[in-house]
Design a protein around this ligand. Structure first.
Ligand SMILES: Nc1ncnc2c1ncn2[C@@H]1O[C@H](COP(=O)(O)OP(=O)(O)OP(=O)(O)O)[C@@H](O)[C@H]1O
Ligand SMILES: [Mg+2]
Length: 324
């Protein structure tokens, strides 16, 4: 496999709240390769969105990155000033959100919005920008792109709005697209179409995608690699075929058992006994051990990283002996 585009090491994010310090990310380690579709999966609150926002330099108010690095093409984004990150956002790394209405401006046409992003990052004349915008609307398979250019967001269906927001995200030729639950609000058929589009964009546009989802079926359909998050840590990562079909971590196995066979609207992961830690206490040992059917005494210590295969890693004492 080629060199990673993004290398995240020991990323820790905390929030100051009235209840105390919330430990949101507790040492995330991740790689995203060029033209990779990496799924980031886990239950609500495990830190999927925060990981995406940290990459973009958009930590919400009250949050502070207390350690770690985010390497992007060899540069540590965490050491860069906001002015640098403004250039990165949109031009190199773009984001697609769950609800396209939040990223589309209701007051401007789709064409104007694509051109605004282009103007911010590229030097091109009006005709070139117009043509490129039309081309992008074709890329995202919107019917009648010339007409769509002049429509306002409220005139489009949910699926069309999401296609338009993907076109805007792609408008500067970003190398990485962070898609945070991009299909959760759409109905099943449209969901499948958007996932299919994202898959093809990776091939056609050569863009890497970080696909944030709580739905393992989405991961199975769209991603090449997956990282399973629990309480702000990666517990298992590797190629989708290995992680989903030969899951090692008890949490990954529990997620798979709790997951509906087919993704369908309204169904969420459920039925793993116990609750996710609140984040108000720093993690000492394995965060999953209080819910783990196979927990041992040693799990009170931080779990080791065990390489199941060269590309498949699990953070768990159950496999520690198999390590060479
Ligand atoms: N504004 C905030 N103030 C305090 N804590 C926060 C804040 N935003 C996020 N957190 C903490 O960060 C953790 C991770 O949140 P994040 O939004 O990344 O979860 P997620 O995996 O995206 O969940 P979901 O599937 O519900 O979108 C939360 O559990 C919470 O503890
Ligand atoms: Mg989220």
């Amino acid at each position: 496999m080629n060199e990673p585009l993004v290398i995240i090491r020991d990323l820790r994010l905390q929030f100051r709240t009235y209840a105390g310090i919330v430990h949101a990310l507790n040492g995330i380690d991740l790689e995203i390769y060029e033209q990779d579709v990496l799924g980031l999966v886990g239950e609500t609150g495990c830190g999927k969105s925060m990981t995406g926002l940290c990459i973009l330099g958009l930590v919400p108010r009250g949050g502070e990155i207390v350690s770690g690095s985010i390497g992007f093409r060899g540069e540590d984004l965490l050491t860069k000033p906001e002015s640098y990150m403004q250039q990165v956002r949109g031009a190199k790394i773009a984001m697609v959100f769950q609800d396209p209405s939040t990223s589309l401006n209701p007051l401007f046409t789709i064409g104007q919005q694509i051109e605004t992003v282009m103007k911010r990052h590229q030097q091109a004349d009006k005709t070139q920008m117009h043509e490129r915008a039309l081309e992008l609307l074709k890329v995202v398979e919107l019917p009648d792109p010339a007409r769509i250019m002049d429509t306002y967001p409220h005139e489009l269906s949910g699926g069309m709005k999401q296609r338009a927001s993907i076109a805007i995200a792609l408008s500067c030729g970003a190398d990485l697209l962070i898609a945070d639950e991009p299909t959760t609000d759409l109905d099943v058929t449209v969901q499948a179409q958007i996932l299919d589009l994202l898959r093809r964009l990776r091939e056609a546009q050569g863009v890497a995608i970080l696909m944030i989802t709580h739905d393992l079926a989405v991961v199975a359909e769209t991603c090449q690699r997956v990282a399973v998050l629990y309480a702000g840590q990666v517990v298992e990562s590797g190629p989708v075929d290995e992680v989903l079909y030969e899951a090692k971590h008890p949490y990954t196995r529990a997620l798979l058992e709790a997951s509906p066979k087919r993704s369908s609207r309204g169904k969420t992961l459920q039925a793993i006994p116990g609750t996710v830690p609140s984040g108000l206490r720093p993690l000492e040992g394995c965060a999953f051990s209080p819910r783990c059917p196979r927990a041992m005494e040693v799990c009170a210590q931080p779990p080791p990283r065990v390489a199941v295969t060269p590309a498949h890693a699990v953070y768990c004492y159950l496999y520690a002996d198999s390590e060479e």
